[in-house]
Design a binder for this molecule. Sequence first.
Ligand code: AMP
Ligand code: MG
Length: 498
Amino acid sequence: MSAQPQPAVPQGELDARLRESSFASLPDAFYTRVTGTPLPAPTLIAINPDVADLLGLEDTALQDPGLADLLAGNRPPPNAQPLAAVYSGHQFGVWAGQLGDGRAMLLGAVEHAGQRWELQLKGAGLTPYSRTADGRAVLRSSIREYLCSEAMAGLGIPTTRALALVASDATVWRERAETAAVVTRVAPSFIRFGSFEHWYSRREPERLRQLTDYTLQHFFPELLDDKNPVVALLGEVTRRTAVLMAAWQAVGFCHGVMNTDNMSILGLTLDYGPFGFLDAYDPEHICNHSDDSGRYAYRNQPEIGRWNLYCLGQALMPLIGEVETAETVLKTYPQLYATAWSAAMRAKLGLRASLPQDQSLCDQLLALLAGQHIDFTIFFRTLGSLRLDDASHDAPLRDLFPDRAAFDAWAVLYRERLRQENSDDPTRKRAMNRVNPKYILRNHLAETAIQRAQDKDYSEITRLAGILRAPFDEHPGQESAAGLPPDWASGLAVSCSS
Ligand code: AMP
Ligand code: MG
């Protein structure tokens, strides 16, 4: 039998632009080269124009017929060899040992406008770190990650991004048969707290040194001149994490699985799984149905951020030496968090100045919202329209409260406070509408996009992404996406199964 000529692999612009990731410059011990598991008949179901712009990809690159195969992990790019990184971590407060990219592979890197972006395929198949799992991600969770990373970017919150979503009819078993999908995630780096914990737990200080040097050189070069760059790194990650936690709390975002392997060394929101946004304000809210103890409840997130930083600090101890030095840095967290949180709350309330009574005004409001089960997002967005000198227009706000008198009592204090800084209605409203989103990714919105996609209608993903990328804007005709969740949404459960 004579050999059949191989069909030419269409190679588009992204193929040509992908280079070896800088992570591959680390020694072999940090990763394993992988080829992915072929995904049958992949279809590109969503592509993100904002991320394409970040990467400097032309429209023609997005129409490339070979793109779906490339982003399914079905063939390597010509100039880069994909890899899966090793890391470890604490899961739900317990040391879990080695984990690693069990279903993600780093495809390569793209440079544009002075920034180098790594492209990672989540769900591209088995790696040496898959343990007993299948290396896949289901369509449902991939749509949620695609939409939420773009929603977070739209909210101005540091996050990994999503370039594209590829789907296939291949069956993936979770509690039931589902289908597979792959998200192309984009970030300067996917290094986690757990990447450092890995070498600390293995007692390999030389590897720890290599990873830390790499991180400093590539992502924190400004810290290299510090007299102790490792301490400076811990300080900067502490600051970024505190700021990130405050940003999550201020929009009611719950991550769901804040294990140390899901904490980005760059301070990005990373690894979207059973996340959720608060509907009614409830500090005890647990978005992840697998989180029986509520370890990752909304109210605990800032403290878990701190706990995770202590794990990072511990891992860096062989390089830092003095425990006191690390502790001095870590002890800055509560103040950094408190400062970021109160600045965020002042902005949400439309306050320009910072006065001593603001804390109490804010605490009283949050107690009221919790007690009355008021929708967090709708309340703050509506609050922007309050008229300082005319309570007769308060109906849209006070009608949100079962106990209207309780709102009226708080509104008296709020108006007093606004008068103290001569607040001007239109100016305040404009400022508040820039920090209080109209649109967030509520579970029921994602669920509708998922159900349509399961019937092969992918238009809802693109429609929602379009709204969420500008969540502070009015989107005429799309008001239903800004409303209270429908009754059926209370039955939605998201868990670690993804
Ligand atoms: P996560 O809870 O999603 O952050 O994942 C924790 C660990 O399990 C990581 O090492 C993942 O790569 C791995 N993992 C999760 N789901 C799968 C899967 N379906 N196949 C292989 N590895 C997985
Ligand atoms: Mg993870």
